[in-house]
Structures are given as structure tokens and as C-alpha cells.
Design a protein around this ligand. Structure first.
Ligand SMILES: [Zn+2]
Length: 215
């Protein structure tokens, strides 16, 4: 998409790079560069996709295990084609649906456009699906509970982990580990989290006001 908007202003080599990478990211919708051998292009497509999908499978082993192959690959394809990364870290998380209180990436990986509304009192709401948005509109007063983000907005992550009782009995090792290694030296502790400096931020607050539709 970007490659076409900018194509007039860009030097030729940049235009070609965009064309090349756009096809690798989204081969179903972006044509392959005309002058690259199809066999080589297929190799690139496979290498890049497998690299990212492998990285994600290692990072989210449980999700990878519980989703069936088709669902997992649909999720990876969608991420690979449409996600614009601004940082190699993962500071951004999806908003939580006001109605079902699940992360607003449901109901399907290929239909996950988050619905954003603002009510007459100025409160922002995200919905995971048309169904949840509809349920909310029927009786907003029944779904006025705070989301996890709203409850924990601006809390330091290490403090949240301590307060939520997510440490092991030694008072310092995390119960939830980001990997499956069990040797003592590899286990993450609360000090590791403290050093990251991560503060919980409600993602709804950073979305520009014009993205919200009045209800
Ligand atoms: Zn929902």
C-alpha cells in the first residue's frame, strides 16, 4: 500500500525494495516483481515467512500448541501482511472489549478490526466484534465494568506482578516464565521485570480521538 502512495517520489531502488518486500509480506494481494525469477521469489517468501512464524511459535508456545494449524497460520499471515512494527519490543497490546472483557482480536484472525466508540459521557470503549458492540448498545449500564487496562493503567509492571501474587514462594521468581527452560539460572525474577521499566498503559488512551465513533 505504502509502496504505491510513495512511488512517484522515491528513487528507483527504494521503489523496487518496497515492491519486493510488499510481495513477500502479502503474496496474495501484492504482485511479484516482474524481473525476479519465480523460483527465487518463492524461496524468499518461504524463508521470511518461516522465520517470523518460527519466532512467534517460540515466543508463544502455548498459543501455538492450542490453535490448530490452519488457525495459527491464518493469524501469522495476517500479522505478517498487515502489522506495521515500530519497535522490536512488544509494548503495545490490544484494547480489551468492554462487553466480553477479552482482548479485542476476536472473533477471527482475519476479522479483527477493533470497533471504537465514545459515549456521551466521554468514556472510550473498544469492542472485539459486531456482536459485542450490539450487546453493549442494548444495555450499556450492564457492561460498565472497568477493563483490566483501566484498573491497572499507569501501574509499574513489577508492582502489578507483586500485588497480584504472581511470584513463587521464594518471593522473587516469576510464576509465569517467558520460556520453558527450568534450570534455576534461566528463571526470570522480579528484578528482571523491574529493570525493563515497563509501565502498564491503557492502549485506548493513546488512540487519537478521531478514531472513536460517538454512540
Ligand atoms: Zn467482545
Amino acid at each position: 500500500m505504502d509502496s504505491q502512495d510513495k512511488s512517484d517520489m522515491q528513487p528507483e531502488f527504494l521503489r523496487r525494495q518496497y515492491e519486493f518486500t510488499a510481495h513477500i509480506r502479502d503474496p496474495d494481494r501484492q504482485p511479484a516483481p516482474a524481473d525476479v525469477d519465480a523460483r527465487r521469489m518463492a524461496l524468499y517468501r518461504e524463508l521470511f515467512y518461516n522465520n517470523v512464524a518460527g519466532f512467534m511459535a517460540n515466543s508463544f508456545p502455548v498459543l501455538h500448541e492450542i490453535l490448530n494449524e490452519a488457525h495459527w497460520h491464518a493469524l501469522m499471515r495476517d500479522y505478517f501482511a498487515r502489522h506495521i512494527s515500530h519497535t522490536p519490543l512488544f509494548p503495545e497490546m490490544p484494547p480489551i472489549c468492554r462487553t466480553c472483557q477479552m482482548p479485542a482480536v476476536l472473533p477471527r484472525p482475519d476479522i479483527n478490526e477493533i470497533r471504537l466508540n465514545i459515549d456521551s459521557a466521554g468514556q472510550r470503549h473498544a469492542f472485539c466484534s459486531e456482536a459485542c458492540q450490539h450487546i453493549f448498545r442494548q444495555a450499556p449500564e450492564r457492561h460498565c465494568g472497568m477493563t483490566w487496562w483501566e484498573v491497572n493503567d499507569n501501574v509499574e509492571l513489577w508492582r502489578y506482578i507483586v500485588d497480584a501474587g504472581l511470584l513463587r514462594s521464594d518471593g522473587k521468581t516469576l510464576m509465569g516464565q517467558p520460556h520453558l527452560r527450568t534450570d534455576e539460572a534461566s528463571l526470570w525474577t522480579i528484578d528482571d521485570i523491574r529493570r525493563t521499566g515497563v509501565v502498564i498503559k491503557d492502549p485506548l488512551k493513546t488512540i487519537p480521538a478521531e478514531a472513536f465513533v460517538a454512540i
